[in-house]
Write a protein that binds this ligand. Sequence first.
Ligand code: B4P
Length: 191
Amino acid sequence: MRLILMGPPGAGKGTQARYVADHFGVPAISTGDIFRANVSQGTPLGVEAKRYMDAGEYVPDEVTNLMVRNRIDEDDAAPGFLLDGYPRTLAQVTELDGMIEFTGHRLDAVVVLTVDSEELVQRLLQRAQTDGRADDTEDVIRRRQEIYLEQTEPLIGVYRERGILVEVDGMGEVDDVTARIFAALDEIPQS
Ligand code: B4P
């Protein structure tokens, strides 16, 4: 199974990714998590990514694409993968298409979680209190929402045209959202 999990910041991508990945027996690959791991280890990638993340901006495509390419090349991703937070730009869509084509497989589904915008802000402000993420301040959250609308929301139309888009209501309890995702994906034939 080759899946993408999309949605605005705070939609529950990271929360749902591990359950969905476990369900299908594939690794969950979160670009946000990989960047944060690099930031905390102080690697050159982390130093570069931090500048963008703290401002709510996207890390440049060249950096992100190379990182995903390397991760997808690892053995555990050979049977499939779930991408959490990638692609986020049209250039990343094109790059990912090339990566998957190269392996002779296809993308099975793109799940988009939909959540009201005020609920999104509340979730992230709540996370700021529990996790203390540097990009969960109100100003940066609003900026992340703007960038999502400008750069990532158009991707929904691209995948809808391909007939692989699955829209799931991301409001309500985490378990209920997980059940909705499973119900939608279990109908899809796996490559
Ligand atoms: P991410 O780590 O992907 O951050 P995010 O968009 O905020 O999503 P996240 O997965 O963390 O939130 P979730 O909805 O799970 O990216 C961070 C930054 O990295 C980006 O801003 C960018 O700078 C950079 N980046 C990452 N990928 C990139 C790319 N491809 N290109 C360029 N730059 C990239 O959870 C939010 C909160 O809601 C949690 O606290 C959770 O507990 C809570 N929650 C979840 N589900 C809930 C529910 N049903 N009810 C109530 N609360 C819920």
